[in-house]
Design a protein around this ligand. Structure first.
Ligand SMILES: *Cc1c(COP(=O)(O)O)cnc(C)c1O
Length: 343
């Protein structure tokens, strides 16, 4: 059966007709020679959005993270991140393979650690130990249920990092969701970080790309690594235009995704065999646990057979993600199907 409502991820969106037209008409040139006007425009937009000196367009968020690790850390040094952080689980071992960094995985509820945990984890200056080099924040936290790190927590954590001589990095794959949910600007969120990036292919609905921002020196070094890793492109304005269009037209509407996620969570929470606190849904990610006879892979399969796709994130955990291509009617349809499966 065809997928009618795809809640698998916010990466499944297809570019809208308007976005495709805008991409089609983009001015292009050789981005490696800084001659692509659309790439230059997008980089300028992201630098301004995040309040940094410069920005760099990259093929993916994964490359933003891996390049940031390589700029901030030397081999054998250490990154400190929450134990659910994307590079620890979903970047094919990149931190070890590409950056040669040691990872310390920090604990804490909802994908967030606190300043005291960070302080206690940073190593003393001791030649037996790896040197703690980089503190990492994922905003919003994906495996933390789309939670928004509160601004005061971000500030106290990055204060500790700076005081102890660490650099700071924000994985902002879904930063714009945090911006819309909190009313706090991207610039304010990014201010305490040496580097920060946003993804155009999550809630923003573009087909390709991400952009990282930082100081001029940071971006110059990131450019070298982009070239080295084969991420330097040519007439990339064609795809960068998707990012330009998304920043102009797809940010405010993220509020609809958040409302849809809340609506979905409230409906699911009433079903037997499902544990879900709708108050825990802050943005566009809905995580729930199964307590009945049905396990997550089986439940997901039964919903899929009825045209609704969600993701099994563990034996008893399911994730549903709202986005541009899911309407209020789609949420109602998903709830009908969930009612049939979990009854
Ligand atoms: C998706 C994601 C990434 C990686 O981005 P890609 O563009 O898919 O490479 C990194 N971090 C988080 C939190 C993500 O959700």
């Amino acid at each position: 059966m065809a997928i009618e409502v795809d809640l698998y991820s916010d990466t499944v969106t297809r570019p809208t007709l308007e976005m495709r037209r805008f991409m089609c008409e983009a001015d292009v040139g050789d981005e490696q020679k800084h001659e692509d006007p659309t790439v230059n425009l997008l980089q300028g937009m992201v630098a301004e959005l995040l309040g940094k000196e410069a920005a760099l367009f990259l093929p993916s968020g994964t490359m933003c993270n891996e390049i940031a690790l390589r700029v901030h850390c030397r081999h054998g040094e250490e990154m400190l991140a929450h134990k659910t952080a994307h590079p620890i689980h979903f970047e094919a071992g990149g931190p070890a393979a590409l950056a040669g960094v040691n990872v310390q995985a920090l604990d804490g509820p909802r994908g967030q650690y606190d300043a005291a945990t960070l302080e206690a984890t940073i190593r003393p200056d001791n030649r037996h130990m790896p040197r703690s080099r980089l503190a990492w924040v994922e905003q919003t936290s994906n495996l933390g249920g789309g939670s928004v790190w509160p601004l005061d927590k971000v500030r106290t954590v990055t204060d500790v990092a700076r005081r102890r001589g660490l650099s700071t990095h924000m994985d902002g794959a879904r930063l714009m969701n945090a911006v819309v949910a909190s009313g706090i600007s991207a610039q304010q969120w990014a201010a305490p970080f040496d580097s920060a990036w946003i993804d155009f292919t999550k809630g923003l609905g573009a087909p390709v790309g991400a952009a990282i921002a930082g100081s001029r020196d940071f971006i110059a070094e990131a450019w070298r690594l982009k070239q080295q890793m084969g991420g330097a492109m040519r007439q990339a304005g064609i795809i960068a235009a998707g990012g330009v269009y998304a920043l102009e037209h797809h940010v405010k509407r993220l509020a609809e995704d958040h409302a849809n996620a809340k609506r979905l969570a409230e409906g699911l929470a009433t079903l037997p065999g499902i544990t879900l606190d709708p108050a825990s849904v802050e943005t566009n990610l809905v995580f729930f646990d199964l307590t009945g006879a049905l396990d997550a892979p089986a439940a997901v399969e039964r919903m899929l057979a009825r045209g609704v796709r969600m993701g099994a994130l563990g034996p008893r955990t399911i994730r549903a993600v709202t986005h541009l291509d899911v309407s209020v009617q789609g949420i109602e349809r998903a709830l009908d199907v969930a009612r049939a499966v979990f009854r």
